[in-house]
Design a protein around this ligand. Structure first.
Ligand SMILES: O=C(O)CCC(=O)C(=O)O
Length: 223
């Protein structure tokens, strides 16, 4: 994946809240297709994609596989002790570069990616009925921005405030190829996915059904 088809910014960046930017159509179809291919490989192993179990016995409706560091509620480890004990696949350098380009595009600042070094990715797969409740990404020991890439079916992405799961929030439709970045004052805002829009994706991406979301994050953890 060289990212050459990245950055078309079909709709231009839209500021949803200070620090939170939606860039529609940032990934071209070729780049999306390559992401789908590589995610399919990561979904197989070394740690297979799974529904994450929550401490109170619930199970997340999305399926998740991680790179670099394995996330389980509510911490990061190198090995997937709640799955098969294997070390997760490494975080590739090309994904670091993609993350940097994403920050440059979202913040319209050529220096925005300088020093950005994401070291974990959570790859979520949503079927038609999958959802994600309002939550904060707060298991990282870093305030570096979160870069979110979407491929496949569109969804309603609810982006809220840093105080509570409730209003005020903004509902944004994230379509295939869209980039969403949240950093600065928006870094610890509550967000979630109340609904996927089945059948809204582009089969040319290689994902005939469902939605793929990849978030790049900096854990702030040593090693
Ligand atoms: O699927 C999305 O767009 C959001 C994913 C998310 O909130 C997360 O992985 O924490």
């Amino acid at each position: 994946m060289d990212g050459s088809a990245v950055g078309s910014t079909a709709g231009g960046p839209v500021v949803v809240a200070p620090g939170a930017v939606h860039v529609p159509g940032w990934l071209g179809v070729g780049a999306q297709r390559r992401l789908v291919e590589v995610c399919r490989r990561w979904a197989v192993g070394p740690v297979p994609i799974r529904h994450t179990r929550l401490p109170r016995g619930g199970v997340m409706s999305v399926r998740t596989v991680c790179l670099g560091w394995h996330w389980q509620p509510y911490r990061y480890t190198r090995t997937a002790d709640d799955v098969n004990g294997a070390r997760v696949a490494p975080f590739p350098e090309w994904l670091v570069r993609l993350g940097r380009r994403a920050l440059v595009a979202a913040y319209r600042d050529p220096a925005a990616g300088d020093g950005y070094r994401p070291d974990t990715a959570l790859i979520n797969f949503y079927d038609d009925r999958a959802r994600m409740g309002m939550h904060q990404d707060k298991d990282e020991r870093s305030g570096a921005p979160v870069v979110s890439l979407s491929v496949g079916d569109s969804c309603v992405f609810r982006f809220g405030n840093t105080e509570s799961r409730g209003r005020p929030y903004t509902d944004v439709e994230l379509a295939s190829g869209d980039l969403f970045v949240f950093g600065g004052p928006a870094r610890f805002a509550y967000h979630g996915v109340p609904r996927v829009l089945p059948g809204s994706g582009n089969p040319a991406t290689g994902l005939a059904r469902g939605r793929l979301n990849i978030t790049l994050r900096v854990t702030g953890l040593p090693g």
